[in-house]
Design a protein around this ligand. Structure first.
Ligand code: SF4
Length: 385
């Protein structure tokens, strides 16, 4: 069964200095055309209307940058193609300040039950320096408005290792975020990606990021503060109170199937991963022409499926569940990964017990190095076929 659906809304009222997501400045007429194109894509890809999924996630971009008419049209579309009543988690991403009570009430009315807020830091100067449009006071107002209208499943996104950010400044941010007693928090270290303002500064030697040791210290502090406030780290960058783990993101880390609609969206469907056209005008044109705005289709055979099960599964603090792996693939992972697992246990980057294989505390700091050990050659699978 396809577990989840991701819908990408690529419009923003401003462009942040670090952002390499598929996005464009909000333009009213283009946003209206885009939502119509989304409807054409859904009508072509989906087997019918009222499809059942466990989770729906509207991400961006900034979905709440849409005006109220467009937001309603989008929600109508989702209700036409998905059985929202049977969906367990329906999330929208939002930016503090982009969001008024009229939009909040509309989301509530249409069954949205989780809001993920792009807060990033609690420091007005730093917010300005990274190109965010909101201020700290907007976070307080938005969370207050959400709660007043019955939203309690709210998540905050934070960023660390930003230029000129100190360990004590980040500690303050985490403490302020925790003072809301929310059920879920995410925190990612800054990645300097090509085609961003930060990347240009970095190439000119003008991006002053914290040292590696400070970044490690920020991550350690984050983990310690989250844990001491009763939040369980269930993934490398995600923390939740019991039963508030993001069901949608767990679809990705469990390597389960999901639809993806909109410019730049990817989907994982039986036997293939697809990626949509990123340029928004081209996406709209192609969706209007044949409802199939897909740029790339990759076949996913056994090799890719096993590799991804490891890359994604090890991100979870519970790691790889041995029984579930066996059930999914029909063989134990020892048959192909015995040497890699042993080497990484010897390095103290992995730990194995009767039921699970997972990252150690040290392994958490070297996630990408660990994952690289699980790339396979086709011949590695000869003895399991
Ligand atoms: S609001 Fe989000 S999607 Fe838009 S530019 Fe900033 S980081 Fe990127």
């Amino acid at each position: 069964m396809i577990q989840s659906v991701y819908i990408h809304i690529p419009f923003c009222h401003h462009i942040c200095h670090y952002c390499d997501f598929t996005k464009i400045f909000y333009n009213e007429s283009m946003a209206t055309q885009y939502i119509e194109a989304l409807g054409k894509e859904m009508a072509t890809i989906l087997p019918g209307t009222k499809n059942k999924v466990r989770t729906i996630f509207i991400g961006g971009g900034t979905p709440t940058a849409l005006n109220i008419t467009q937001l309603k049209k989008l929600l109508d579309l989702i209700h036409e193609f998905f059985d929202v009543a049977s969906c367990e988690e329906f999330t929208i991403e939002a930016n503090p300040g982009d969001f008024d009570e009229e939009k909040i009430k509309l989301l509530k009315h249409f069954g949205v039950n989780r809001v993920s807020l792009g807060v990033q830091v609690f420091d007005n100067q730093l917010l300005k320096d990274i190109g965010r449009a909101h201020q700290v006071k907007d976070v307080y107002r938005t969370i207050n408005d959400l709660r007043k209208n019955g939203f309690e499943n709210i998540s905050i996104d934070l960023i660390y290792a930003l230029p000129h950010q100190t360990v004590s400044n980040f500690t303050e941010t985490v403490k302020k975020a925790l003072s809301f007693h929310l059920p879920h928090y995410s925190a990612y270290s800054l990645q300097v990606e090509p085609q961003t303002i930060f990347y240009n500064r970095y190439r000119k030697g003008k991006l002053h990021r914290p040292e590696q040791e400070e970044e490690v210290e920020m991550y350690a502090l984050l983990r310690q503060l989250m844990t001491s406030h009763g939040l369980n780290q269930y993934e490398i960058s995600n923390f939740a109170k019991p039963s508030y783990e993001s069901k949608h993101n767990l679809t990705y880390w469990n390597n389960d199937y999901y639809y993806g609609f909109g410019a730049g969206a990817s989907a994982y469907l039986p036997g293939k991963r697809t990626m949509n056209i990123r340029a928004i005008p081209s996406y709209i044109n192609q969706a209007n022409q044949d409802g199939y705005p897909i740029m790339k289709v990759d076949s996913i055979g056994l090799k890719e499926k096993v590799e991804e099960e490891f890359f994604l599964g090890l991100r979870k603090r519970t790691g790889i569940n041995k029984k579930q792996f066996n059930k999914k693939f029909g063989f134990p992972y020892d048959r192909i990964y015995q040497k890699q697992v042993k080497d990484l246990i010897d390095k103290n980057w992995l730990v194995e017990d009767k039921n699970h294989l997972r990252l150690t505390e040290d392994g958490l700091l070297f996630g990408n190095d660990v994952f690289a050990h699980f790339l396979l050659d086709e011949s590695d699978l000869n003895h399991v076929n």
